[in-house]
Design a protein around this ligand. Structure first.
Ligand code: EPU
Length: 293
């Protein structure tokens, strides 16, 4: 089919926080054959490329942004590629949604991903930021990552060529700006009913402590060493703090919620208010987890 180009894509329609103006263009990559054309596009283009994934960890600013969104809809879906004893290596395209991968793993009776229940991003996006919850970080499961960079093509990196830390992934070898094409993970065989039960329990737990069905971008700030950003924001009175339709969730203070007509400028102002209050009262610097585009 070839690359698809969409002019002036709406960022509010592509982000879970439902904020932002438009990018200049969105380029949709569907298979390996499209990568040469993507390389040519990126070499000629002066716009800043930005790999968007599911837009679930993103605060997009208002107005027209000088950005070319890159979206990969990379097949194949999750598939088993290798079995060693009761460990199964599963391969999954970066453009697949993490909840879809979890649903597949549950049906297939594969354990390992249960802690990540309730995270809405793409598989590539979750690896790019080493998403985690309930003691599991996706990087713990990754055995190989296939990256693509213009001029370098597709390269498999083994686990020891990857650096994963708290909400961070980078290749441990020199590579320019790259995108994640596909990922392999080690899961273990288990009873599908048990996997399902743990996923359901985690979802219930998450629903009672986080605004999982609201328009949010997940946690706004990273947890500083030895602290919970949510607890600090709560203690300084930010829970429920509101500017127009944007507010810090009254369920969990580290989530910004868009009640419908929220704006990026209100979101950014709330972020500054939270950051300053925590610095003043606790002398702790909060660092953003959400990406500002
Ligand atoms: N707390 C408050 N008030 C609040 C929020 C939290 O007092 O408004 C307290 C809780 O009662 C608890 C402590 O703070 O005692 C920690 O809260 P929670 O268990 O909700 O975990 P968290 O540290 O706030 C982290 C991750 C979440 C992940 C959960 C569960 C970060 C920034 N957050 O939250 O990840 O889902 O643990 O494992 O690392 C994300 O990365 O976007 C995210 C949501």
């Amino acid at each position: 089919m070839g690359l698809e180009f969409i002019s002036n894509p709406s960022l509010s329609k592509r982000t879970s926080l439902r904020l932002g103006g438009t990018a200049e263009v969105e380029v949709v990559v569907r298979d390996k054959q499209d990568l040469d054309a993507l390389s040519n596009f990126l070499l000629k283009e002066t716009l800043r490329p930005f790999v968007i994934g599911e837009g679930s960890n993103l605060l997009a600013q208002d107005g027209q942004l000088d950005v070319a969104l890159i979206r990969t809809e990379t097949p194949p879906g999750p598939e088993r590629v290798e079995k060693n004893d009761d460990t199964l290596i599963v391969r999954c395209g970066a453009g697949q949604r993490l909840p879809g991968l979890l649903g597949w793993a549950q049906m297939a009776g594969l354990s390992g991903l249960e802690g990540l229940t309730g995270i809405p991003g793409s598989v590539g996006g979750c690896v790019a930021m080493n998403a985690g919850s309930y003691g599991t970080e996706i990087g713990d499961l990754v055995t190989r990552v296939r990256l693509w960079a213009p001029g370098q093509g597709l390269i498999w990196l083994d686990r020891d060529q990857c650096e994963f830390s708290y909400r961070h992934f980078s290749p441990a070898i020199a590579m320019g700006k790259c995108l994640i094409w596909e990922v392999e993970m080690a899961l273990s065989e288990a009873d599908p009913k048990k996997v399902r039960k743990t996923m359901q329990e985690n979802y219930e737990k998450k629903k009672s402590t986080q605004p999982v069905t609201a328009r949010t971008a997940g946690c706004v700030f990273k947890n500083p060493e030895g602290h919970s950003a949510g607890r600090l924001l709560d203690k300084v009175g930010m829970k429920g703090a509101r500017l127009g339709d944007m507010l810090f969730s009254d369920i969990h203070a580290n989530f910004l919620v868009n009640k419908g007509k929220g704006t990026s400028s209100a979101a950014l102002e709330l972020i500054e208010m939270g950051r300053i209050a925590v610095k003043e009262q606790f002398d702790v610097n909060l660092e953003l987890e959400v990406i500002i585009l």
